[in-house]
Design a protein around this ligand. Structure first.
Ligand code: ADP
Length: 248
C-alpha cells in the first residue's frame, strides 16, 4: 500500500505497557471505502489498536496516517474525532430519557447540552437527515419511542445512527453484536454493509458467523501483530490462525 490509497495506514506501530508489548510493530492498511473485520483471541491487541487510532493511547513507535497524510500520533482525541473518525464502543450509550429521533437530532447538533440542541436544530434539512439515518439503522418505526424502551440491539443501532449523524469518514465499531439476538446480529451485518457503501468501516468482532456475513477482508491479530489477512475462508484455513485459536 501507499499512503495515497489508504484512509488508514498504521506503519510499524508498537505500544508497551509496563514492559509488556501489547502492540508489536503492527502495520495495517485500510483502503478508502473498505470495510475490514479485525479478529483475534483475547489479549491480541484489538482494543489497544482502536485506542491508538483514536488517540486514547499514544504509540511508542510507528506512525498512523489518516487520509494518506495526517499523522494521528501527533493529535489528541478531540482533534482526531474532529477529523471524522467515529468510534462506537461495545456498550451502547444513548440518551435514555429522549426519543429515538431526538437522540439523532442531538448527535446532528453535536450536542453538548441536550436542551440547546433540541430547541435549536428543528429544521427541514435536519429532519430529512434524521429520517435517512433512522431508515439506515432500522429505527423508522421507533422514532417516537424513548431510547430507554429499545432492545439492546436497537440501542446499538441507535448509537451507530448517532455516529452517522456526525458524518464520519471512518467508523470504528467495537463488538457491535455482543449480546444481540440472532435476528439482530444478521440485520446488523446488512446494516453495516449498507453503511460501508459510503464510509470506511473497521469492525472488531468475536462472532465468526457475523464476520462471515460481513463478507469483507479479515485481519487476524495475535500478540499485537498481524498474524493473517484475507477472506474469512482463507484465514480460517490458515494453520497459524487455527493454532492460535485452539491455544496450541
Ligand atoms: P484485545 O482487545 O484483543 O482483547 P487488548 O488490546 O485489550 O486486547 O490487550 C492487549 C494486551 O495488552 C493484553 O495482554 C492486555 O492485558 C494488555 N493491556 C491492555 N491495556 C493495558 C494497560 N492499560 N495496562 C497494561 N496492560 C494493558
Amino acid at each position: 500500500p501507499t499512503l495515497t490509497n489508504t484512509v488508514l495506514y498504521l506503519d510499524g506501530v508498537s505500544v508497551t505497557f509496563d514492559g509488556f508489548r501489547a502492540i508489536n510493530k503492527l502495520s495495517l492498511a485500510i483502503a478508502p471505502g473498505e470495510m475490514r473485520a479485525i479478529i483475534g483471541p483475547n489479549g491480541a491487541g484489538k482494543t489497544t489498536m482502536m485506542d491508538i487510532i483514536t488517540g486514547k493511547t499514544r504509540p511508542d513507535e510507528g506512525e498512523v496516517f489518516f487520509g494518506g497524510m495526517i499523522d494521528l500520533t501527533m493529535l489528541d482525541e478531540a482533534e482526531i474525532a474532529a477529523l471524522g473518525i467515529g468510534r462506537k464502543f461495545q456498550k451502547p450509550t444513548v440518551f435514555e430519557s429522549h426519543t429515538v429521533a431526538d437522540n439523532i437530532r442531538l448527535a446532528l447538533a453535536g450536542a453538548r447540552s441536550p436542551f440547546s440542541a433540541l430547541f435549536g436544530a428543528r429544521n427541514r434539512i435536519a429532519e430529512e437527515r434524521i429520517d435517512t439515518i433512522l431508515s439506515t439503522v432500522r429505527l423508522t418505526e421507533h422514532r417516537g419511542r424513548l431510547a430507554a424502551d429499545l432492545s439492546h440491539g436497537q440501542k446499538q443501532w441507535l448509537e451507530i445512527g448517532m455516529l452517522l449523524a456526525q458524518d464520519p469518514k471512518l467508523l470504528l465499531v467495537d463488538e457491535p453484536v455482543a449480546g444481540m439476538t440472532d435476528a439482530e446480529t444478521a440485520e446488523t451485518a446488512h446494516l453495516l454493509k449498507e453503511i460501508a457503501r459510503e464510509h470506511s468501516v473497521v469492525v472488531v468482532e468475536h462472532d465468526m458467523a457475523f464476520v462471515r456475513d460481513l463478507g469483507c477482508k479479515v485481519t487476524v491479530l495475535h500478540e499485537g501483530s498481524v498474524l493473517a489477512e484475507g477472506s474469512i475462508d482463507a484465514v480460517s484455513a490458515n494453520e497459524r490462525v487455527i493454532e492460535v485459536y485452539l491455544g496450541r
